[in-house]
Design a protein around this ligand. Structure first.
Ligand code: NAD
Length: 330
């Protein structure tokens, strides 16, 4: 099958190469169709996407994306926001699992953060009232709230998880977060075997730090989801091992959570783990569960041994050597 690969900016091409090498080594029946996007592409072409990229995702439905930078102050759109809108990927899903061999304050973390991806304060409805006063609109709809909450409960059901926690601030934002919570309660009624819990966002941050093991699947509107998902990444030692999936009804775009790391770009020392884990998520969703687990296990084994790993996790290996070590485990 064909899938779109967007290497992106900075370290993107180096970590995308790792994905290509692993695809080849595992003899997966995936043919990557590569398209350029991001700030580097924009500087020469004045466009953030290579022509044909959008049509290719429409045709093949699956995409794996490296990090892309947004040229600041140039009027260019963010590639991420443009893709999200174009393909109506309403859910951002981030599994958060501890990795043995990674320095972190917690062990055995196993959470899934599901974030609404299309509305809330990120809708971009902002304006200046006067030179010293700005207004931003928090837009929440019942439709999007029900859709994301149902996605969270379905995810829990399909993945044998037992609890879904809604993150909100409905005590203060009675209409917007109130509507989100109402939708959560309505949807929860359809899943009597899954515990539905409601936690106010500030308390949620504290509870996650104190007792992360008491949570399972988390669902939140866009802004809280953005913040709490990075908090969750902190629980497992940072963004280095954080993949995510942007899920729509028809299209799925997977990516690493970290950025383009311009400070280390071009040196062949970037850690490809997050993009490889995003690739594993994609394989899983394609129904290739065994291959997804093989890839995750091989990666975990190399990281746990800690001998051939990249500098960000305490090693001296290059991206190429690290990838080769994973291939040998496979
Ligand atoms: P960043 O994640 O790129 O880098 C933060 C730090 O982490 C840097 O020191 C970097 O070297 C390190 N790092 C990140 N990924 C790494 C990897 N795979 N291996 C080793 N080290 C890694 O964050 P930033 O510096 O804030 O952003 C840089 C650019 O990336 C910005 O233009 C930003 O807009 C963009 N960005 C894109 C995405 C995306 O496309 N999904 C996400 C975040 C940031």
């Amino acid at each position: 099958m064909k899938a779109v690969l967007i290497p992106g900016d900075g370290i993107g091409p180096e970590i995308a190469k790792s994905v290509e090498n692993i695809t080849e080594a595992m003899k997966l029946d995936i043919e990557w169709i590569t398209y350029q996007a991001g700030a580097e592409y924009a500087t020469t072409t004045k466009e953030v996407f290579e022509p044909g990229l959008v049509d290719a995702i429409k045709e093949y439905k699956w995409a794996l994306k490296g990090p892309t930078a947004t040229p600041i102050g140039t009027g260019f759109r963010s590639v991420n926001v443009a893709l999200r809108q174009q393909f109506a990927t309403y859910a951002n899903v981030r599994p958060i699992r501890s990795f043995k061999g990674i320095d972190s304050k917690y062990e055995n973390i196993d959470l899934v953060m599901i974030r609404e991806n299309t509305e809330d304060l990120y809708k971009g409805i902002e304006y200046m009232i006067n030179d010293n006063m700005a207004n931003g609109i928090k837009l929440i709809t019942r439709e999007a709230s029900e859709k994301i909450c149902r996605y969270a409960f379905e995810y829990a059901k399909m993945n044998n998880r037992h609890k879904v926690t809604a993150i909100h601030k409905a005590n203060i934002m009675k209409y917007t977060d109130g509507l989100f919570l109402e939708a959560f309660r309505d949807v929860a009624r359809d899943y009597p075997n899954i515990e539905a819990q409601e936690v106010i966002v500030d308390n949620m941050c504290m509870q996650l730090v104190l007792r992360p093991e008491t949570f399972d699947v988390l669902v939140a509107p866009n802004l809280y989801g953005d913040i709490v998902s990075d908090l969750c990444a902190g629980l497992i030692g940072g963004l280095g091992f954080a993949p995510s999936g942007n899920i729509g009804d028809e299209y799925r775009i997977y990516e690493a959570v970290h950025g383009s790391a311009p400070d280390i770009a071009g040196q062949n020392i970037a850690n490809p783990s997050a993009l490889l884990l995003a690739f594993a998520l994609m394989l899983e969703a394609m129904g290739k569960l065994e291959e997804a687990n093989q890839l995750r296990d091989a990666l975990a084994a190399v990281v746990e041994e800690g001998k051939i790993v990249t500098p960000d996790i305490g090693g001296t290996a290059t991206t190429t050597e690290f990838t080769q070590a994973i291939i040998e485990k496979l």
